[in-house]
Each structure stands twice: as structure tokens, then as C-alpha cells.
Design a protein around this ligand. Sequence first.
Ligand SMILES: [Zn+2]
Length: 274
Amino acid sequence: MHHSHRIKLCLLIALLALTPLFVIAEQSSQPEWTYVLPANVLENKNGNLTLVNQDAVLPSDFVPNNLLRVRLRSVSGPHELRKEAAEALDELFKAGEQAGYELYVKSSYRNYQTQSTMYSNRISKYGKDDGVVAKPGTSDHQTGLGVDVLNKEWANRDGMKPTFGQTAEAQWIEANCADFGFIIRYLPEKQEITKIIYEPWHLRYVGREVAQYMMENRLTLEEFTEEYQAAIKDYESRGGDFLELCRQLNAPPPVIELDETDEEGDSEVSFFGS
Ligand SMILES: [Zn+2]
């Protein structure tokens, strides 16, 4: 074996042997993260987990980042969603199409002012707040991550009713939305928690990992928020630094660079004697 090859090989073996020690040393300085989802998914850096309801109100000047025009089959519009949600919805529609379902976007991002107008229109029409239109600042649609998806028949109707859930399209959506990062935001058995009727059409983007966990366990965003925030508190009560843990998890993996070209121009390390 060429002399310089042998030196490089020894260095490589030494590095590989030492790496696990460094990893263990770094991890043992923090308590164990025991929650089912990785900590950095729950950091909510991108706002995907932002909870909006009657008790968690968005300010009137809240406008989501990266709004993107949605160019999908729709009955009104133009429609906008945050980039991740728009791209995921695109994939969801494609998969729906392949399964034989024609889906329609009915409602997407709504700014505070639009919600405010809808709310006052509803009140002047019915003389009171009948709970159908969310108060400005309390609509999931203001996040830019909420979208109403219907089939053709329902897209052309005036109102939306929970019986949409009985259609083949709604059942396909419920069974598959998590694979694209969406949850059914208002589940039928959770109306007392969400304070909103069953809305089989209202999808909310939270990211795939979280969506799969939530849909498997039939969790509302209210319940999930409580659960993961308790997990963070528990971690911190055991002396953990949550943000530091996220920073470590978000850091790119260390790259071990090997100078693989020696003076003779060989481009690989040979493990056989030459
Ligand atoms: Zn909706």
C-alpha cells in the first residue's frame, strides 16, 4: 500500500472511532427528550403550528409570510396560501385526481379585513352572531394555512354542511390528507373543544410529521398544542434547554472532508494493497 494512503486510512479510522464519543458527550449534557415527535418540529419556527381560535386571536395586522397564488381547480378566488401549504395542496389534488376525485378549492387565505366584513355582513343578515362566521382575528383562514376543499356538487352549493363528510371525496380527503401535511381541523367528535361544528372540508396545514401523528390519534390543534407544550415544560423542568436542543437538531450534520486526491492524482482511497 502506498505510504500516503496508509496515513489517510489511519486518519479516517481514527475519526470514525472518535465520532460516537463526541456525539455521546454532547447528548449527555442535556436530559433525554422523551416526547414522540422530535423537539425541532415543535419549535414552530415557521408558524405551521400556530393555533388560532376564539381564545387565541391573531392581531389585525397579522399577514402570513410567503403567500403564494394557488392555481388549482376552484369555484371562487383568486386563492392564496402560504407556500408550503400551496405546494402540499397541489400534491393532494394530484393524488386525488389519480384516485378518481375532482377536488375544488372554495376558500383559502383570508385577511383580517375580509373576515371582518364577512362577520358584520352575517350579523346584519341574521341580527346576531350565530357562530357560523368566525370573528375577525379568530379564523384559521387568516394563518394562510387553512383551506376549504369540496367536490364539484358541494362547491356549487351556497352553504356548507357536515353531511359533506359522507361524500366519497370527503372520505378520501380524511384518509389521505395527513400524508400531505394536512389535518381535518374541526373533527366531528371534538366540537366541544374546537367550538366549531364538524367541517370535513376545512384542511389545515401543519406539516407531514405532525399531521400524521394528529390524525392517527384524532387530536385537534387545541389538544395537540396543550400536549406538546406540556412536553416542552416537562423537558425544561428536568433541566433541559429546549431551544438549545432545537438548535442542535437543526444544525447540519458534521461533514468529514477527506482530501481524496494525492500527489499522484489517484482519486480514491484503496483498501487493497497496490
Ligand atoms: Zn374553512
